[in-house]
Design a protein around this ligand. Sequence first.
Ligand code: C2E
Ligand code: MG
Ligand code: MG
Length: 580
Amino acid sequence: MREKNAPGKKKSIIERTLDSLSDRNKAPMAAYVVLAVLYIVCSAIVTLTADNGNALKIGGGTVAVYAFAGVFSALSNIFIIFIVLFYGKLGFRTAMVFLCVQLPMIISGIFIRGNYASLPGLVTDIFTIIAIIMLYKNNERVDRYQRKLRDQAVNDMLTNLPNRFACSELINDLIKHGEKFTVVSIDINNFKSINDTMGFKAGNSVLIEIASRWETIADSGLSSTLDFITRVAGDEFALIIRNYRSEDDVVKTIRQYEAALGNRVTVDDCDIYITASFGYAEFPTDADNFDSLFSYSNAAMAEVKRQNSSDHILRFSSELLKAGRTLEIEHKIRTALDEDTIYFQLQPQFDLSHKLRGFEALARIKDSEGNNISPGEFIPIAEKVGLVDKIDGAVFRKSAEFFGELLRKSPSSDVTLSVNVSVRHLMKNDFVEEIRSIVENSGVPASQLEIEITESIMIDSADKALQCIKELKNMGMKIAIDDFGTGYSSLSYLNKFPANLLKIDKSFIDKMNASDSSKKYVAAIISIGHIMNFDVISEGVEKEEQLETLREIGCDYIQGYIWGRPLPTEDAEALYLNAV
Ligand code: C2E
Ligand code: MG
Ligand code: MG
């Protein structure tokens, strides 16, 4: 480790920043002044009272005035010990000046003026001086040890740059003081391949060289900003930029650090060309706490790496979070598929007399911490990354197997299992075959299975989808149009579509009772459905008054929290066995 804070050497900007952080824990100067004044006052009282033979009346008795000198002498010694204890070299010098000024006065009092009452004061002073010297020497030793410990705590052993701890200390301090600053997360590109091909030693030499170039920039004041460069882990560095006017200044500074990599690094006679990715976020504009700030600058840096473009500098934007969340969910979907942990819940559907019509199987994924991820979030992502057919397939297979078991336990020919199928799944070449084999293996009669296809997707899809739907229908399965009302299907299209059931979207049921026209609108949908020979079910029924209206306008079925939330399989089984 290079020697930092060497005596006599001028301190660098980085060292001064580190010092200023530890100085913030030191005792305040105001307390020093108070202690010094108290010491002077107590000493003056001692001088004034030491040879005063008068007596003071206190309560019923009398006390000699000079008896108080002892009290104030003890107090003055306590104050001077505090000064030495809390104010290091300054405290020690102050104490010595005070005592050395006082000492000749006491000596002259005794030997010239014959004031022998001051003799105990002289002895106390001499012992106080000895105690203070010993205290100071011991303090110095402890201080040296503490400084060494702190140096080790805030410096990175390899590069001798400040480390992650120093970085977080400075950031937290700046946040506390509300000072505007920018955090730049830096990652060396392809560093792993340097380590892999040339060995750890060469990798370390590269890191030391990079750190030294960046330290020079930070310390030389070459940039127009005040910079603090740290190594936070492996090949990751963090730069904290302060004292700038605009974002242009920040980018200019980052470019200087980037340019410093421009020259090759030579290790073991090999020239290595280094580049790095820089992502930054500003306090307080982008984030107002340490964790968010760091994760945002990291997200921007990760995006630079992902884009692999020629510009290696990027500021955080909220778009990046969405991309990050999408990647995270995609990863969780893949894990759930690999580990076959996708499961389903069953939401019951009833007719208006509360008789069970069937269940809708709804996909569920838990992450590794056991938290549920909503299908509203993971299904659109699964569609985007081409995994939705696997989810559909797993839910279909598992729920059909479960339903088959249920039917074997207690047969019933009029309870239906509905499953959601995405159009992407539907468009796959082997879709019909896949469904056929699931149906056969489960032992559920096709007539008791229903496929739900969302209206908005359905109308955009090609004839091939329609062809598949017809084949399923020929197998005897029912077809439901899900979320009806959210797409723009024309009446003539609906007429062509071989559906059995129209599911009115929750959004219409939510506002149905708000106005007469909304109620008439839902009534019209139900009428049209009936004209086309579809049954009609309302989704998301939550309130008694909605139920009443639906009864009044002739809806056939309902699905909603009012009579049943999505249930775990055991609860769905109990409900089924009770109903049949
Ligand atoms: P969906 O098919 O329209 O399913 C109904 C959604 O509404 C379910 O949400 C259900 O829990 C919710 N719901 C039902 N009744 C009420 C109610 O009274 N109040 C409220 N607030 N919500 C109610 P969930 O389970 O979050 O599913 C959301 C969507 O995810 C589904 O909408 C469906 O489009 C999709 N999805 C779920 N499972 C699968 C699947 O296995 N495959 C495919 N492709 N999509 C699925
Ligand atoms: Mg559905
Ligand atoms: Mg729906």
